[in-house]
Design a protein around this ligand. Structure first.
Ligand code: LLP
Length: 433
């Protein structure tokens, strides 16, 4: 975020946010192309260019539009998709299919078929059932496909339970039982169309400690060594997932990305030396770290309700449907009043969404200047898992997304209309009067 001292309004990527609110309406997702590109550049500097044989994929579940595909393509990163819908977005944006990594714990036949037909670069196979479908599809299509197996390393991240994924009791991946994994690896060695490149794990999201990656790499390299000894299987790729945390409020303790990537690379090297294995290609998959801080959401303040002796609620024209994270994960956000950026924030208000849900509170006890209806609130760091998790609860149309860069702005997703809400609906003939 860019606060300019000589102006009353908040400036974001060179754009006056109050003007953006006027021009495009609120609620409004504002995404900074400049920040996304800075983040990609940083990944190149401290990871891709520093270590040979590495790859980075943007985890598109955090935020995906066709324009985002174009930016990621242009920055030379790979793209992690997790559903037919995300894959289709990438296809329509003309994203190079060889740079797609296709995830998912329950991919359907149709989703796998779409991936095989479009020759995606890698499919992360989660389970035996998926492998069987993939064998059938590739053989019918007479196509070859690269896969990695997702393994649950048996350790969870120190994060909210709902975004911890690597633990033993998890719906993701093949449980870490060497004999089970040996059988499934052996099966692929003998497969005609499937080429097993290696393994993947993802520990969780919004992580602040790097030790968990060390622990997971120690576990996986031990497995790689076991498979080398038992089956003479050579692991060419190891995908260590994403999860690098960002600072939403000053309670968070974010670390630079190299805090994670350096120790990941160091541990892989140490372990591979120990087991006398060549170092595989290492892949990281950050989502939140690339996009969270590139996004803000602008809202207009409506009713301000003071409950004497208790608290003051300021209601906004959005809430849970455009940002479900506070309700889902007790996520905390910081915000500023965009048209009063230089005024002293000496009042305390609770920012309430407009849904008929007591739990639709975006921010508890936010410090703000004196608020009036019509003020523009900018909630910060909303780039990740906001637009991508938005719903139409209470039939609120989804906000527009505007891409800003160096003082210019352009709509990349139109605001939904009431008619968009009705799209696809039909009244059965017997109910038409
Ligand atoms: N790779 C895989 C296989 C994943 O499942 C995920 C996230 C990522 C990479 C990217 O993780 P990130 O770098 O963004 O932490 N909706 C939740 C987050 C769910 C994350 C799911 N998987 C939230 O709003 O906090």
């Amino acid at each position: 975020m860019n606060k300019q001292d000589n102006m009353e309004n908040m400036i974001f990527s060179g754009c006056d946010t109050v003007e953006l609110a006027k021009k495009y309406g609120t609620p409004l997702y504002v995404v900074s192309e400049d920040i996304i590109r800075e983040r990609c550049m940083k990944i190149k500097d401290v990871f891709l260019n520093k270590y040979p044989n590495t790859m980075a994929a943007y985890a598109s579940k955090a935020f995906l539009t066709m324009a985002m595909c174009k930016i990621i393509e242009n920055e030379g990163l790979n793209l992690d998709v997790v559903s037919g819908g995300e894959l289709y977005t990438a296809i329509k944006a003309g994203f190079p299919m060889g740079r797609i990594i296709f995830h998912g714990n329950n991919k359907s036949w149709d989703e796998l078929l779409l991936a095989v037909e479009h020759n995606v670069g890698r499919i992360i196979v989660d389970n035996l059932y998926e492998l069987e479908m993939l064998e059938e599809i590739t053989s019918r299509q007479n196509k070859d496909i690269n896969i990695l197996f997702r393994v649950a390393p048996g350790i969870g991240g120190n994060t909210h339970d709902y975004i911890s994924t690597g633990q033993k009791d998890s719906k993701f991946g093949i449980p870490l039982d060497p004999s089970v994994i040996k059988d499934i690896v052996n099966r692929t060695i003998n497969s005609n169309n499937i080429r097993l490149l290696g393994f993947h794990f993802h520990l969780g999201s919004q992580l602040f400690e790097n030790q968990i990656y060390v622990n997971a790499i120690e576990i996986i390299t031990k497995l790689m060594n076991y498979l080398k000894e038992e089956l003479d299987f050579k692991t060419l790729e190891l995908n260590v997932g994403g999860g690098f945390g960002i600072g939403y409020t000053d309670k968070d303790t974010p670390k630079p990305i190299e805090y994670f990537t350096d120790i990941i690379m160091e541990t892989v090297k140490l372990q591979c030396d120990k087991y006398k294995m060549p170092i595989p290609t290492i892949i990281i998959e950050p989502g939140r770290w690339i996009i969270a801080e590139a996004g803000i959401t602008l809202y207009t303040i409506g009713v301000i309700k003071e409950i004497p002796g208790i608290r003051t609620y300021a209601s906004i024209d959005g809430g849970l449907p455009d940002n479900p994270r506070p309700a889902l994960y007790q996520a905390e956000y910081d915000a500023v009043v965009a048209n009063k950026i230089n005024q002293k924030a000496d009042k305390v208000v609770t920012i309430a969404g407009k849904c008929c849900e007591t739990g639709d509170i975006l921010i508890w006890d936010l410090k703000t200047p004196d608020l009036e209806p019509g003020d523009i609130l900018a909630v910060l760091n909303t780039g990740a898992y906001n637009f991508s998790m938005a719903s139409n609860y209470n039939r609120l149309p989804r906000p527009a997304v505007v891409l800003v860069s160096n003082g210019s702005s352009e709509i990349i997703v139109e605001r939904q209309t009431y008619d968009d809400l009705l799209r696809g609906e039909k009244i059965p003939s017997y109910l038409r009067g």
